[in-house]
Design a protein around this ligand. Structure first.
Ligand code: FAD
Length: 354
């Protein structure tokens, strides 16, 4: 699979976070990834973070640990070992079976204070977005959300956290020079998971921790959200429409194209905001990430918040009437023209052939 360059706006700036501190003591060591196994989508981003975390831990000359909280979760220990973890830290307790943010923050902050990892990563999933900011606050450290790249500056052992800023007009390199751990969330699909290695081994750690379940909020029952069901993330073909599709009626053409190609339909944010399709089809920083073999994107400009969700696609065909649209630089094949006209011709051909 090719690595896609994001050809969106590329101005870079440096930011520092957070403010005044007591200074970093130098015995913080190790890269941690939060094992977010609760559904397939979240688990994949954990595997992607393990691949990146392995590179970061090698650059720092340290170990990669995956942290697992829950009940009866040992099968994930094996999976994360096969995906590159050196250490699997497991807190297995009946009161951790269901996610409860206050309990989780309390348990994990104890572990961080005891083991002192210098880097801590989680997926920018619904879970990560709630859990990690609270944890960072509790630990009095910084957090960069929705990172699109992570690198190590070896001299000062700093994690360079690259994230879109100011509405995506620039990419900011953020560092956390004085607090630890250096925390970041990463959107699913930004990094590529390693191949499952059945022969890999890891050290298991079962730390002692004070688990007092919070009873201020109690989970009475839970059931899967049927509206989120769908195979967009798994589809080999995805056709996406952007604001340049012009209207809800024109957008319907994408559903026929997807049906003829055996694929799924995705959308950009302005399309969802205009009510042309449902939010579950939103791709990008605040939506889903896809990795199809073929992605056709019509009437989309190529904003970085959108391309974050499609950069794992193997082949991208873009249709845009503006020859200077950033999406055309990212695409493997760019068609300059009116989306409705190009799609009508394509549909006509496909209807005859299929
Ligand atoms: C914090 C934040 C998070 C965001 N998260 C997301 C996200 O998750 N997903 C997302 O999609 N956006 C997100 N956005 C919005 C994002 O910045 C862009 O505004 C959005 O992706 C643009 O959508 P678009 O390409 O459909 O529309 P536009 O940027 O308006 O582009 C329309 C394109 O269509 C072309 N066009 C117009 N008419 C035609 C025609 N007849 N035929 C062919 N081409 C035509 C134009 O040349 C243009 O390039 C976010 C923004 C912020 C600030």
């Amino acid at each position: 699979m090719k690595t896609k360059q994001n050809n969106g706006p590329s101005t870079r700036s440096k930011a520092f976070g957070p403010g005044p501190s007591l200074g970093v003591e130098n015995h913080w060591q190790g890269v941690w990834v939060f094992g977010d196994y609760r559904n397939y989508f979240q688990n994949r981003v954990t595997l992607q973070l393990l691949a990146k975390g392995r590179q970061l831990s090698r650059d720092l000359g340290t170990e990669l640990t995956v942290l697992l909280l829950g009940s009866q979760i040992h099968q994930y220990a094996m999976e994360y070992t096969a995906h590159g973890a050196d250490v699997v830290m497991v807190v297995d307790h009946p009161s951790l079976e269901n996610y409860q943010v206050e309990t989780y923050v309390r348990v994990v902050s104890q572990l961080v204070q005891n083991f002192r990892p210098e880097v801590f990563l989680a997926g920018a999933t619904v879970f990560g977005r709630e859990f990690f900011p609270r944890l960072a606050k509790r630990l009095n450290t910084g957090l960069s959300a929705d990172c699109v790249a992570l690198e190590i500056e070896p001299e000062k052992r700093l994690l360079i956290q690259t994230t879109p800023a100011f509405g995506g007009d620039l990419l900011a390199d953020i560092i956390t020079p004085e607090h630890r751990p250096q925390m970041a969330t990463v959107h699913p699909g930004v990094f590529v998971e390693r191949v499952h290695d059945h022969g890999a081994t890891a050290r298991m750690v079962y730390p002692e921790v004070d688990i007092q379940a919070e009873d201020r909020v109690q989970l009475i029952r839970s059931k899967p959200d049927q509206s989120r069901k769908g195979s967009l993330e798994d589809s080999d073909v995805v056709v996406v429409g952007g604001k340049g599709m012009g209207s809800k009626e024109n957008f319907q053409m994408l559903f026929e194209l997807a049906r003829l190609l055996g694929g799924e339909v995705g959308a950009t944010r302005p399309v969802v905001l205009s009510g042309w399709t449902e939010e579950i089809r939103l791709l990008g920083q605040t939506g889903k990430s896809v990795k199809p073999k073929l992605l056709i994107t019509a009437g989309t400009s190529g904003a970085v918040q959108y391309t974050t969700g499609i950069q794992g696609a193997e082949t991208i065909i873009a249709i845009n009437r503006d020859p200077h649209a950033p999406i055309l630089k990212m695409a493997d094949l760019g068609l300059v023209g009116d989306a409705k006209t190009v799609l009508s011709l394509l549909l006509e051909k496909l209807r005859k052939r299929l």
